[in-house]
Design a protein around this ligand. Structure first.
Ligand SMILES: CC(=O)SCCNC(=O)CCNC(=O)[C@H](O)C(C)(C)COP(=O)(O)OP(=O)(O)OC[C@H]1O[C@@H](n2cnc3c(N)ncnc32)[C@H](O)[C@@H]1OP(=O)(O)O
Ligand SMILES: CC(C)C(=O)C(=O)O
Ligand SMILES: [Mg+2]
Length: 520
């Protein structure tokens, strides 16, 4: 594989290490079946190289790399190996089933790693590089060599290591920011310097591999590419050691979306990104944070009124990517306390309601009140609210305020204020339970003799903050009327439902006056 130029854009190779570095996240172990599914989608989406595991680590890892190697259609399948013959041989054994296999061998180069992890001198490590890269190259034509902790390695020594690896046949040179320490400028300069100083640097493709300890993994990866690297090592959802690796989806979409500033091309088809993200989240058990770039639940969702208004006028006002390009069906305008009238009206239209100006204003005011009290406002909530609004529109007897004192002490007491033809009246009443007290308070304000035939409550949605939808059926003079009320407070919904039934009954008696209701 060689770096090529497509028109005015340089090709960057995407190297996915979800199944190796990603799986190194504590608690993210995946089964063989899950790994095969993930590898399959990575292959299909156009990932150039899949690092399928670390074959010496366990028999399970060996089997996973071998099986993925067998199933791969177009991707190169790589396995990781320390700078140890046994690791390299085991890796070669696992990737040999692939049409295109790669051994990825690595060794530490930084002073702190040489002293404490490896207990070796610089010269000893140089000999190890020569020995192990040569061994790998004798087993396979595609060898990647990585300088573990490259970004904390003195540049002169790093140049010598890279030179030795290329001399022994490494075709890819990876300079990882193993501990997520680099800044973008430093990382870019490191690549530019090494590529300029190392003899035969053009014989290998240089690769970035960044960790997110300082939240700079994607920025550093792109900076490394600006410095001359043409392979990017990354993971789906940024899964990986500690704070994770650079997120593949962010890299791919940054390159596509800002092709003006980042003149590179990748083979990855972004339509698969959402599916791949869900698959990895499910297999690893690491849920994706809602505000994660590209694949987070909120990446294409808007709740605030000003943004929703902008989105309805032109999606480019607040979105720099099209959701369908990354496999998301559509942008969602989430109704909540920050939403405005434009989005509310649009939502009503979607739900099949066309309200007049006044009804719309009333419904919007009630929606805002509801959103203040309720964490999630679902379509069903809005439907219940609008149905309630429609049923009381034009009624001249309305519930204004209700306070109920309930509990074990009894008797339960309701203090109710109602609007009757523009006049406010307040009464207190007790009852056998809070609903009975509430209905007695209504009767105290509007004395009538209709009888209650049915009282029914159901929750509009799930959760303790769900709206209650109450149905009340009243009967008078052989006529029957049913009223509905909806509110997060079951008693308020009950009062509304009762008053609505009362109003309807009065209309049916053609008096229009609930106070005129008589018992049959
Ligand atoms: C930055 C990275 O992501 S590096 C990859 C990290 N991933 C993993 O470690 C996951 C898989 N690892 C494993 O299953 C195990 O660690 C194994 C099988 C590789 C090794 O297990 P063990 O032999 O029990 O060794 P252990 O893990 O305790 O210690 C690591 C040994 O490897 C050595 N080592 C570490 N990196 C390298 C390297 N690149 N090349 C050669 N030796 C290395 C260490 O110095 C230490 O050797 P020592 O025993 O002589 O001190
Ligand atoms: C093994 C290497 C490439 C690595 O994962 C790192 O240095 O972070
Ligand atoms: Mg890593």
């Amino acid at each position: 594989m060689t770096a090529s130029q497509t028109a005015d854009k340089d090709q960057v190779f995407i190297f996915d290490t979800t199944l190796r570095d990603g799986e190194q996240s504590p608690g993210a172990s995946m089964t063989l079946d899950e790994k095969l599914q993930i590898a399959d989608i990575l292959d299909e989406m156009g990932v150039d190289i899949i690092e399928a595991g670390f074959p010496i680590a366990s028999n399970g890892d060996f089997e996973a790399v071998s099986e993925i190697a067998k199933q791969a259609k177009t991707s190169v399948i790589a396995g990781l190996a320390r700078a140890i013959h046994a690791d390299i041989d085991r890796c070669a054994e696992a990737v040999k089933h692939a049409e295109k296999g790669r051994i990825h061998t690595f060794v530490s180069t930084s002073p702190i790693h040489l002293q404490f992890q490896m207990n070796k001198t610089e010269e000893q490590v140089l000999d190890i590089i020569t020995d192990t890269v040569t061994r790998a190259r004798n087993l396979i034509g595609d060898v990647e060599w990585s300088a573990m902790d490259a970004t904390r390695t003195p540049i002169d020594y790093l140049c010598r290591c890279v030179e030795a690896a290329i001399k022994c046949g490494a075709t890819t040179i990876n300079l990882p920011d193993t501990v997520g320490y680099a800044t973008p400028d430093e990382y870019k300069k490191m690549f530019a310097d090494i590529i300029e100083r190392v003899p035969n640097s053009d014989k290998a493709i240089f690769s970035v591999h960044c960790h997110d300890d300082l939240g700079l993994a994607v920025a550093n990866s792109l900076a490394g590419v600006a410095g001359g690297a043409r392979q990017i090592e990354c993971t789906i959802n940024g899964l990986g050691e500690r704070a994770g690796n650079a997120a593949l989806e962010a890299i791919v979409m940054a390159i596509r979306t800002r092709s003006d500033a980042l003149p590179y091309a990748s083979n990855v088809d972004p339509k698969f990104l959402t599916r791949a993200s869900k698959l990895v989240a499910g297999a690893s058990g690491f849920a994706v944070q809602h505000n994660k770039a590209i694949v987070g639940k909120n990446a294409f969702a808007h709740e605030s009124g000003i943004h929703q208004d902008g989105m309805l006028k032109n999606a480019e006002t607040y979105e720099i990517m099209r959701p369908e390009d990354v496999g998301v069906k559509a942008t969602s305008l989430v109704m909540g306390k920050h939403s405005g009238r434009h989005a509310f009206k649009d939502k009503l239209k979607e739900l099949g309601y066309e309200l007049g100006d006044n009804a719309l204003q009333d419904a919007f005011r009630r929606f805002k009140d509801l959103a203040d009290r309720k964490k999630h406002v679902y379509d069903e909530d809005i439907e219940a609210l609008v149905e309630d609004e429609i049923s009381i529109a034009g009624e001249n007897t309305k519930v204004i305020a209700l306070t109920v004192i309930a509990g074990t002490g009894g008797p339960q007491k309701a203090i109710l204020t109602m609007d009757i033809d523009g006049r406010h009246e307040t009464r207190e009443a007790t009852g056998d339970g809070p609903v009975d007290a509430t209905f007695n308070a209504i009767k105290a304000i509007v004395p009538h003799e209709a009888t209650l035939q049915l009282y029914q409550v159901h929750a509009v949605t799930e959760g303790t903050d769900a709206q209650a939808e109450v149905s009340v059926r009243l009967e008078a003079d052989g006529r029957i009327a049913t009223g509905k009320g909806a509110d997060t407070d079951t008693l308020v919904a009950s009062a509304r439902a009762y008053v609505s039934a009362m109003n309807k009954l009065a209309m049916r008696q053609q008096t229009g006056n609930p106070g005129a209701l008589k018992a049959s």
